[in-house]
Design a protein around this ligand. Structure first.
Ligand SMILES: [Fe+2]
Ligand SMILES: [Fe+2]
Length: 395
């Protein structure tokens, strides 16, 4: 396959971007290309490092992908394929430093992405147990079906462990693993906004407005998480820890991106968001308690405190007005709404189980403990009451 250049000749240039050195935001600097994890990402890295108008002959990339898919025991936990898909999706989000921005819409690379997506969607549809649809498809019954599906189960064990047993190092590993999604929290679901109508669109925008701080940049949930990482002595630049993040965590994020970037999967994306919101409030309460038990202050815990109340509201909007509203408008999407919700629980559960299993066996929950662990982190600081808490407490 020879990759032909499009007309535009601009290239990605980290240093020329406004706010490229906006320290602490974690949000404005494109991530760096991480280390390859196999033949697919090795070949893809060569392509991505080339300018589109001087493309390499990457005749073996589609073949590498086909071979890797054919040989993979489980595409969903295949680090090489999941990392390749993550890189390809990142071209649509914040971009990758020193990677020509025109690769985003390069047809040959889109075809490569489609091959991996095809295998991934098939694996999800094969492995995810989707509940029977409710007899009535009005918004209330759809919401109740989603609440029943997401009622607390085994997938919440990780937050119980963090509340009562996690060590400071395990808590930092958790913050690192979650950073891949949370530093761009809400972005994958925002792809759906122009694809919805009426009640469902309005509900999604209402939820997303909170996620993006309702006009206050410092209250964006992405920003709260960046601050939490910095306060915990971690690097908040997007993708800083990509090399140590496991395939299950990549898969969880890729699932959202795949649903988000395909209009035909808008039902699955809506179901995913509903399930995500419905499984957030109580776990966040437990994680906040665990972080406080370890001595972290409000600067770290604020993100989780915020979600205890916010997601108790979001789950109602997402269940009734977003998912229920969508099914009332487009009843044929009910099966995909349920599939998306079940897929959310499955992939998030796998990522959580992987981390918890490693911890209970005395291993790191990451691929390797990141070097910054000990270099940057002296341990939790004493809790310092935030201005908000002092005001609330009357102090
Ligand atoms: Fe949030
Ligand atoms: Fe939320």
């Amino acid at each position: 396959m020879t990759i032909a250049p499009p007309m535009d000749s601009r290239t990605a240039d980290d240093a020329s971007r406004p706010g490229a050195d906006n320290r602490g935001s974690g949000l404005t600097r494109p991530m760096s290309l991480s280390s390859p994890r196999g033949p697919v990402t090795a070949a893809l890295a060569v392509v991505l490092r080339s300018p589109v108008d001087q493309p390499p002959i990457v005749s073996d990339l589609p073949a590498q992908i086909d071979r890797a898919i054919g040989a993979s025991v489980d595409v969903l936990s295949d680090g090489d394929l999941q990392l390749a898909l993550f890189w390809l999706y990142e071209l649509h989000y914040g971009g990758i430093a020193d990677v020509d921005e025109r690769w985003e819409w390069q047809p040959g690379l889109l075809a490569c992405r489609a091959s991996i997506e095809h295998a991934m969607e098939a694996a999800l549809r094969d492995s995810v147990h989707v509940p029977a649809p409710p007899a009535q498809t009005d918004a209330e019954n759809v919401a109740q079906a989603l609440f029943a599906l997401t009622a607390e189960g085994d997938e919440q064990r990780l937050s119980h462990y963090i509340r009562s047993e996690a060590t400071p190092e395990q808590a930092r590993e958790f913050l690192i693993a979650r950073s891949l999604y949370t530093l761009k929290e809400a972005d994958p679901h925002s792809w759906a906004i122009p694809r919805l109508r009426g009640r469902a669109k309005s509900a999604l925008v209402e939820v997303q407005s909170d996620e993006y701080g309702a006009g206050r940049a410092e209250r964006m949930h992405q920003q709260l998480y960046a601050r939490a990482m910095e306060a915990a002595g971690l690097d908040s630049n997007y993708g800083s820890y990509l090399d140590v993040i496991d395939a299950h965590t990549l898969c969880a994020l890729n699932t959202m991106s795949m649903f988000g970037l395909h209009r035909r999967l808008r039902g699955a994306l809506v179901g995913h968001l509903a399930a995500y919101e419905m499984t957030s409030s109580l776990p966040c309460q437990r994680i906040a308690a665990g972080l406080r038990r370890l001595g972290y202050g409000d600067d770290v815990v604020d993100y989780y405190d915020e979600h205890v109340e916010a997601d108790a509201v979001h789950e109602q909007i997402a269940g009734r007005d977003l998912a229920g509203g969508l099914v009332e408008q487009e009843p044929e999407l009910l099966a995909d709404v349920l599939f998306g919700a079940a897929a959310c629980l499955a992939v998030e559960g796998r990522a959580a189980d992987h981390m918890l299993a490693a911890w209970t066996e005395g291993r790191s929950g990451l691929r390797t403990p990141p070097r910054t662990h000990r270099a940057l982190v002296a341990g939790p600081k004493k809790r310092i009451p935030s201005k908000r808490r002092r005001v609330r407490d009357g102090g």
